[in-house]
Design a protein around this ligand. Structure first.
Ligand code: C2O
Ligand code: CU
Length: 468
């Protein structure tokens, strides 16, 4: 943590100004103060070296925010301090978290006003790759740079030479390299969301990581874009996908089997274990793709040799303690019909119990609906008993893909053959596609289900579930 003048001063004051009688009050269980995680404006060099610095909003004033790395089963404690000019909260994406710590304003906690703070304190049950971001006006706050890595290590980590989380972001910048202030543009909201014109990895527009031939990396790829679906290619790196959305695959899947394309919707993660297969003197890349074009996101200049032959294939990561889902045990089944957006044909929808036509909705910045309602409905989509297996059939009647994210749980998609996909917390549902997902409702509380294209969520695509 960086000590700012203000936190030093406050620390000094609270000790000195305490009247003697107050010391009789029982102290909270944690005598030790939680480290501060401060959302604050900052300046960052995200453009090329000769470009101006960009005014951003970041955790501890930086983009990405500080890496939170701990072991499975340990506790995260952070006093979130909001030094932004807007209210905010922190959501710990993908963590099967205690409901009160989930960071959803109006559902799990009040919003944290400018100048106020909130103590986040929770245990991480699963190892894997996660991240944190705001959940209030996230379509603006995340676009300004508010997000950070959260890595939960396995009890026995995989043997690799290097373990890196790469947070890939899509910025919309002006020619002066400043965040484009076109927030809330209805055209974006009704189409694919706010798409950018500049990509960074870990806040760097030209990330370079030295590598040696046959060196083995675990790369934790995270899409922190507001709305862009990334299609990545690995060049000079070959290996296996070992986890998605934090959860280990049953067995590593060779990347070749996916024809070197890794599709990452907003908020999704993929962990790969790769060996540097490029020759000495060459460069390896994590590349973005756009049709046939490829552009470097992260460059790995190769010099030297780590070992003469490639290491043996890795084993699977140890499974996390997720209760299995059984398609024959479905206790509750609901349909979520997604409508709206450009070319979507939405005519009317309800909002706060009133019906509006499309024009009235658009005037209010609402263009998408779940089951005929925009924004949070009064009643939950599902009211499940603790321990039930729940099935949600998501019917995408729109002309756009949506990155559907369920809070507090991981789920599996039921394939066309009835087989189950990997655990996910965010799943891309293609235009006009129907996706059936199953989850075990074992985490009590009220949980959000929304599109992680942040403009779509704000423009209507939010609902919630009650468990227990
Ligand atoms: Cu990553 Cu509801 O959020
Ligand atoms: Cu969407």
């Amino acid at each position: 943590m960086r000590l700012t003048r203000r936190s030093v001063l406050l620390g000094g004051l609270s000790a000195a100004a305490l009247p003697a009688t107050l010391s009789m009050v029982p102290r909270p269980v944690f005598a030790e103060a939680a480290p501060v995680l401060r959302a604050a404006p900052g300046l960052a060099r995200i453009g090329p070296e000769d470009a101006a610095k960009t005014a951003i909003w970041g955790y501890d004033g930086a983009v990405p925010g500080p890496a939170i790395r701990l072991k499975q089963g340990e506790r995260v404690r952070r006093r979130f301090v909001n030094d932004l000019p807007q209210a905010s909260t922190v959501h710990w994406h993908g963590i099967r978290i205690e409901n009160a710590m989930d960071g959803v304003p109006g559902l799990t906690q009040p919003v944290v006003a400018p100048g106020a703070d909130f103590l986040y304190d929770f245990v991480v049950p699963d190892a894997g790759s996660y991240w944190y971001h705001p959940h209030n006006r996230s379509w603006e706050q995340q676009a300004r740079g508010l997000y950070g890595p959260l890595i939960v290590e396995e009890a026995v980590p995989q043997e690799v030479d290097r373990d890196e989380m790469l947070l890939i972001d899509d910025w919309r910048l002006t020619e002066a390299w400043q965040v484009d202030e076109s927030f809330g543009a209805l055209h974006d909201w009704a189409h694919g969301g706010r798409l950018g014109n500049w990509a960074t990895v870990n806040g760097d527009g030209d990330l370079s990581v030295p590598a040696r031939r046959h060196e083995r990396f675990r790369l934790r790829l995270v899409n922190t874009s507001n709305a862009r679906i990334l299609t990545l290619a690995l060049i000079g790196l070959d290996g296996w996908t070992v986890a998605v959305d934090g959860q280990p695959l049953e067995a590593p899947v060779p990347l070749a089997a996916e024809s070197d394309r890794i599709v990452l919707g907003p908020a999704q993660r993929v962990d790969v274990i790769v060996d540097v297969t490029g020759a000495e003197g060459e460069e390896a890349f994590v590349a973005g793709t756009n049709g046939d074009q490829r552009f470097a996101l992260a460059t790995f200049p190769i010099s030297g040799v780590a070992r003469t032959v490639r290491s043996a294939a890795p084993g699977a990561l140890p499974p996390n303690p997720l209760p299995p889902v059984d398609p024959r045990a479905v206790a509750r089944s609901v349909t979520l019909t997604m409508e709206g957006g450009a070319m979507g044909g939405l005519r009317r929808a309800t909002m706060n119990g009133r019906t509006y036509d499309l024009r009235e909705l658009a005037q209010r910045g609402k263009v998408w609906a779940f089951n005929g309602a925009v924004d949070m409905p009064e009643a939950p989509l599902v009211d499940a008993r603790l321990g039930e297996t729940v099935e949600i059939t998501m019917v995408n009647r729109t002309a756009w893909p949506h990155a559907m994210h369920l809070h507090g749980h991981h789920f599996k998609r039921v394939g066309p053959d009835g087989g189950l996909g990997p655990w996910r917390d965010t799943d891309l549902v293609a235009a006009r596609e129907t996706a059936r997902i199953l989850f075990h409702a074992d985490n009590p509380g009220d949980w959000l289900l929304h599109c992680h294209m942040l403009e779509h969520a704000e423009a209507g695509m939010r609902t919630w579930l009650r468990v227990g």
